[in-house]
Design a binder for this molecule. Structure first.
Ligand SMILES: [Zn+2]
Length: 327
């Protein structure tokens, strides 16, 4: 709806979302980045056959584009090993594909026909990762960082499946979260999941942490104190206004399966979380706006970004043809 409102009234500005969208200029940059990466991906001749093989769970295919450096799929050493769920890892699996078959059921916070809401397995508090390098942070991007993933194999926001039928997959991820958030018991489940991740990290630090026990104890105490302090404010947040729905667009993705990052954007919820990925965290609305702009005839386009809008979707084909013709 916001995309439509913005299209009808270009003066209507999107709500600033903390460091990820502090102003219109940064918002436009996110749009340009998405458009550029989408066009580059879809015009790559390897994209269509690789996506097709991946969707067919083809473990013999040599994935060059989708799995650069072997990093977007499960690590080679895990193939054939127990995943924690009913099905062992296979070569063409990513950490999020067929989620329910690879993880214990209790990691799923909610399930709809088309998607899952899952907690982040990592702690969101950087103090629990004292030795992680500055440029590769393992912690989440905000308090109770959660993910929403499609059940089907959709690779990334640049995958034509993600934007097919007016971005119905992307809209589903957001709608699922908003519906989930509308019930207080679900907010509590989200808190419980984040608390479990903090606890897991606490144990890891105690077991093999490099620091003296007193230091580790003090850190963990502070982590849980901050967690407790934020609970009541967190429970009052509004899904549509107070959360970031963000995507790491290919090639800035780490996992080769579409996942929407969800976390509160207010800085009070991000004090000890990483912000190094903010520049590549593209808000859902930016993607919806680009798709909306590029679908409209050029003459009536009110695109505010510098990239040339172009048609990218051909409903009768697989979504590649139009891009290949125009680039
Ligand atoms: Zn991501």
């Amino acid at each position: 709806m916001l995309a439509l409102a913005l299209a009808l009234n270009p003066d209507l500005k999107p709500v600033p979302l903390g460091d990820i969208v502090p102003n219109q200029q940064v918002y436009n940059k996110h749009k340009d980045n998405y458009r550029k990466h989408r066009n580059t991906f879809r015009s790559d001749p390897r994209a269509s056959p690789e996506l097709q093989a991946w969707r067919n769970l083809d473990n013999d295919y040599d994935y060059q584009l989708l799995n650069p450096g072997g990093k977007a799929f499960v690590h080679a050493s895990l193939v054939g090993k127990d995943s924690g769920g009913p099905k062992p890892w296979a070569k063409a699996d990513t950490y999020f594909s067929e989620y329910a078959e690879h993880y214990p059921r209790d990691l799923i916070l909610s399930e709809s026909d088309r998607s899952y809401i899952i907690g982040n397995k990592a702690s969101y508090d950087c103090r629990q990762y004292p030795h992680a390098p500055k440029d590769k942070r393992p912690e989440g991007q905000g308090y109770c960082h959660t993910l929403v993933i499609p059940k089907d194999r959709v690779y990334n926001a640049v995958d034509p499946l993600a934007t097919r039928d007016h971005c119905s997959v992307l809209e589903e991820l957001r709608d699922h979260f908003c519906k989930f958030w509308s019930e207080m018991k679900n907010r509590e489940a989200m808190l419980a999941r984040a608390h479990a991740a903090l606890k897991e990290r606490e144990s890891a630090l105690i077991d093999k942490g490099p620091r003296p026990t007193e230091y580790t104890d003090a850190v963990n105490k502070a982590v849980f104190l901050k967690f407790q302090r934020m609970i009541s404010v967190f429970k009052q947040l509004k899904a549509e206004e107070d959360f970031i729905f963000g995507f790491h667009v290919f090639p800035d993705n780490t996992i080769g399966h579409l996942h929407m990052h969800v976390f509160p954007h207010d800085n009070s919820f991000r004090e000890y979380s990483t912000k190094i990925y903010d520049h590549k965290t593209v808000p859902l609305q930016a993607i919806l706006d680009v798709e909306d702009e590029d679908q409209r005839p050029k003459s009536s386009s009110s695109a505010s970004s510098s990239a040339e809008p172009q048609s990218t979707q051909d409903e009768s084909s697989n979504g590649f043809q139009a891009v290949n013709q125009s680039t």
